[in-house]
Ligand binder design. Structure first.
Ligand SMILES: *Cc1c(COP(=O)(O)O)cnc(C)c1O
Length: 357
């Protein structure tokens, strides 16, 4: 049976990415060797790295003066690398979920953290508004998409003259971003790009070198800028897959087109939830609703049917819709590679289940 993959991460990749990755595992770039067994310094792999870097720059329209890095350690490694490199005295953070909480915890190791806004009071079901970023903060950090809670900030916030840093792990390449507003953007690959193991960092070169502390070589962005992400062995296979996904994004027409498709998919699912007597969205303000992760639960009178719905959905080939344990209910992740057909199957399953009960 055809599967409809709604996992939150690692998550669905395009058939284009998976087939081309499988081909390269058997015979990489005509070398008659597997990509799993070639040197990262071979000319064939250096070409992959160069193309992946160039495609990130092209798709996100990255201006001059920025470096694009492919690093190991996951997005969680960035929670400490960011303050290690940028926090001299004080940083401002927006607390919008578990990942933001984890980032704040690491930043506190390096200096003062001003949590300028938080939605903790209602289990992170909205994006805080009306907060002020202190002008003397070294940077302002926010999470653009809260993967677990289904909230998203789809505009580039204004932090005045304060440097802007964003964790875009679960919504990068789902909309055009005004990179010039940011000093640093990072994103783990396993949500919208590639298998787990690589993290993209886009950093303004000029933002670095302003802290006094010693930075371990591997955690210093300047090391990786100087060595073009080849200071040590990079995650070769995830970078290859990322390059394939980026090629596919370009063929589809770039991030503007991806955004249109993502909005259409999410719109259809939110409509189905909002018009249902059985299901209800956990994020009530439409402006805060994520187009990547749609979180919903059953209304109190049907609550005991939640597990049955997961089982029923599985009979339709639907995989990965169980909500994160901190929210419960359901979470349907609609990353770029998920076809509209899968949303249609989920919406039909919701209607059929509702009609039965
Ligand atoms: C998944 C996720 C992370 C953690 O990523 P790792 O690569 O597992 O460290 C961080 N931030 C956001 C927004 C995420 O969705």
């Amino acid at each position: 049976m055809k599967k409809h993959n709604f996992y939150a991460g690692p998550s669905i990749l395009s058939e284009y990415t998976i087939r081309n990755t499988a081909d390269a595992i058997l015979n990489f770039a005509g070398t008659e060797l597997s990509i799993l067994e070639v040197s990262h310094r071979s000319k064939e792999f250096v070409a992959v790295m160069d193309e992946a870097r160039a495609l990130v720059k092209e798709l996100l329209d990255v201006p001059e003066g920025y470096s694009v890095l492919f690093l190991g350690g996951g997005a969680s490694m960035q929670f400490c690398m960011v303050p290690f490199n940028l926090l001299a005295k004080k940083a401002a953070y927006l607390e919008t979920g578990t990942w933001a909480v984890n980032a704040i915890k690491e930043a506190r190791i390096f200096g003062d953290v001003d949590v300028v806004g938080s939605s903790k009071d209602s289990n992170f079901s909205y994006i805080p508004k009306g907060y002020t970023v202190p002008a003397d903060a070294d940077y302002f950090h926010f999470t653009s998409n809260n993967t677990i809670y289904g909230t998203e900030l789809r505009t580039d916030p204004d932090a005045g003259s304060v440097r802007l840093v964003a964790d875009m792990s679960s919504d990068i390449f789902s909309r055009p971003v005004d990179v010039a507003k940011y000093d640093l953007i990072y994103a783990g690959a396993q949500k919208n790009l590639a298998p787990a193991g690589v993290t993209i960092v886009i950093v303004r070169d000029e933002a670095l070198g302003h802290v006094d502390r010693l930075i371990p070589t591997m955690l210093d962005y300047r090391t990786h800028i100087k060595k073009e992400s080849m200071f040590n062995t990079p995650p070769v296979l995830p970078i290859y897959s990322a390059m394939q996904t980026l090629r596919w994004y370009k063929q589809l027409g770039g991030v503007k087109e991806l955004e249109k498709m993502d909005i259409a998919k999410a719109g259809k699912l939110y409509d189905a939830i909002d018009s249902s007597r059985m299901f209800v969205g956990t994020v009530t303000d439409p402006a805060d609703r994520s187009i990547m992760n749609v979180c919903f639960v059953m209304k109190p009178e049907y609550k005991e049917l939640e597990k049955d719905f997961v089982d029923f959905a599985a009979t339709k080939g639907i995989v990965g819709i169980k909500g994160h344990r901190s929210v419960g209910g359901f979470r349907a992740s609609l990353y770029n590679a998920l076809p509209m057909e899968s949303v249609d199957v989920l919406v039909a399953a919701m209607k059929e289940f509702q009609d039965k009960h």
